[in-house]
Design a protein around this ligand. Sequence first.
Ligand code: NDP
Ligand code: HSE
Length: 442
Amino acid sequence: MTDYRRLRVALLGAGVVGSQVAALLRQHGPELADRAGATLELAGIAVRDVDAPRNTDLPHELFTTDAESLIVGADIVIELIGGIEPARGYLLQAINSGADVVTANKALLATHGPEIFDAADQVGAQVYYEAAAAGAIPIIRPLRDSLAGDRVQRIMGIVNGTTNYILDRMDTEGVEFADVLAEAQALGYAESDPTADVEGYDAAQKAAILASLAFHTTVPLDAVHREGITGIDKAMIDAARHAGYVIKLLAVCERLTGQQDAGASGEAISVRVYPALISRTHPLASVHGANNAVFVQAEAAGNLMFYGAGAGGVQTASAVLGDVVSAARRHIAGGIGVGESTRANLPVVEIGRVVTRYQVTLEVADQPGVLATVAGILSEGRVSIATLEQTVIGESEAGSGSARLVLGTHKALEQDLSETVERLAESGVVERVVSVLRVEGD
Ligand code: NDP
Ligand code: HSE
């Protein structure tokens, strides 16, 4: 057996992901040592409660509540606690004491990323975070390294496993939202506060991280437009299916030209998360369960697709351990860590400046002239109709009931569309705006 140098690994957190990282580190120790060129010694595991029941055979003496002492003398610190504090403080302590750090904490990176990357730059340490976006899928390294010589134009992805699991079960089995959320929590996909998933915060954090890497620009979390899936009901899912679509929570990050307040380069970016309609024939439509998929369109490489498990303990542990091996290799080789590339400094435009297609569902009075009024308002608002379907609803006789109008638009400016929908709502012929959904994927 090769006598490798020993590297001390401190693990912070032994929950859904941390317990699997610890188990795999111990199970595959010799193999990982051969790959890393160093023996990875699990020095200890910091948790909140050392006596909490755990579904693991990890030795009790590895556990401690004293994370700060564990970090002292560690070569690699793995942070799998989640949230902002104490995770932020521990990562900064680890960096300042000479460790390389591995984290899956998108909430922390999306809010305090620049502080953590600056701290690492100051001391030449490296921050690894492959598991912070799209779980097991390798997407951070492809964006940071493999595509460093290309120009990414657009990313469109399903980056939250919990919401994809919920929407998929609602679509394929007609299950109610609340029942599926409880299942996603039981399976370990959801964040400790599932609001982070269903309201789109988790996807927005990942979108900020992906856009920062793709466009070499620091993207603050509050610049990401965010809408969750709590407003999506069974009727909307059924209507989408009827029209040949499926509803997915999408993260869209794109490079824009021709914006008034573009940077010196003449370019800007849009970063947004919302439930959108995509065609059932689109590859993203067949992303089921807690899986994630990320489409990357790059100028030279063309279209690339990354697909796999977006959440789950052992799946995410794979990405974390890949980072640990990289950190160990770097530690052995020496030299300073590679900092984040943010020099492009592109402005992030507001949602009103985005151009996409829409599907607007209205309930209107079923009377002569109503369609002409609706069409007139759309035309005045610079919104062009691509498709129109009318269904008589209620106990309608000619001219006396209500009708449901499903309008598909050509590409329109979001600001024009939202002002037009407001005018429709106030027009006197529209009884109810049932839904407004963006259509993505072409
Ligand atoms: P869990 O809630 O399952 O585990 C959190 C762990 O952190 C627990 O072991 C807990 O200790 C420990 N902990 C909490 N507070 C402290 C503290 N103050 N000091 C020391 N330890 C503490 O989280 P997950 O494993 O699900 O997630 C971990 C990270 O990975 C998060 O950033 C999450 O966003 C990210 N992630 C999770 C994925 C998933 O599928 N679950 C996928 C991708 C990323 P104790 O056990 O004693 O309670
Ligand atoms: N809660 C997250 C999700 C975990 O459902 O995708 C993975 O980041």
